[in-house]
Design a protein around this ligand. Sequence first.
Ligand code: DC
Length: 232
Amino acid sequence: MSIRKRIVTIDGPSGGGKSTASRALAARLYFTYLDTGAMYRAVAFQCHKNELEAKETPELSDLLDSMTMELLPPQAGGDDVRVVVNGDEIGPELRTPEMGMLASKYSGLPSVRQTLTRLQQEIGKEGRIVAEGRDTGTVVFPDAAWKFFLDASPEERAQRRSAQLQSKGESVNEAELLAQIIQRDKDDRERSLAPLAAALDAITIDSTQLTADEVVEAMYQHVLHTSCCRDE
Ligand code: DC
């Protein structure tokens, strides 16, 4: 058997329930949760703040070379991983749909992907992580022991996102959210570099008709009943 790392990857389009599932699965396995989307959002935030175009330029290269990034656990009562870039924590702007769109745009740039892939591999080198994103099973951790691709219909995803934003007291336009989700899927799936895709050895779960608990249970049972690594 090839040597696999004790890593779970959960990829899929936005709003498919990846974050909820990844967080809960990580807690059940006593693994660390790695939110790679937050890292792409943080880079987009920095680029936007510095008014950089989504292009390979010397300014982008300088920004990436000099950037430090640290992920912190959620604050008490919250769920979102916090991101500190160059010593400053990015606020709630990190999680807005607009920042998601920007992240999708900048994430097509080779230098951005290279920088973040390297950082993610460094964080995951000891294993025991649940990584969530678009390419964690295909590019970042191809040797992960357990890979999932979590999907749901665009309408269901828009509705979930809307409920999530409303619970944070934000006003939402559901039609606009649906349009953004469809556009972001298209951009993420069609980009040439590390596109959103299920790894060949990933298990695809369609969560349209499932509760979050059912998704996590299915994943947990799969991890529990599939041995992975040589030291088992
Ligand atoms: O998961 P999210 O919505 O926070 O991700 C925001 C964007 O970041 C997403 O539209 C595409 C990009 N992304 C990526 O390209 N690769 C990843 N592994 C994670 C996110």
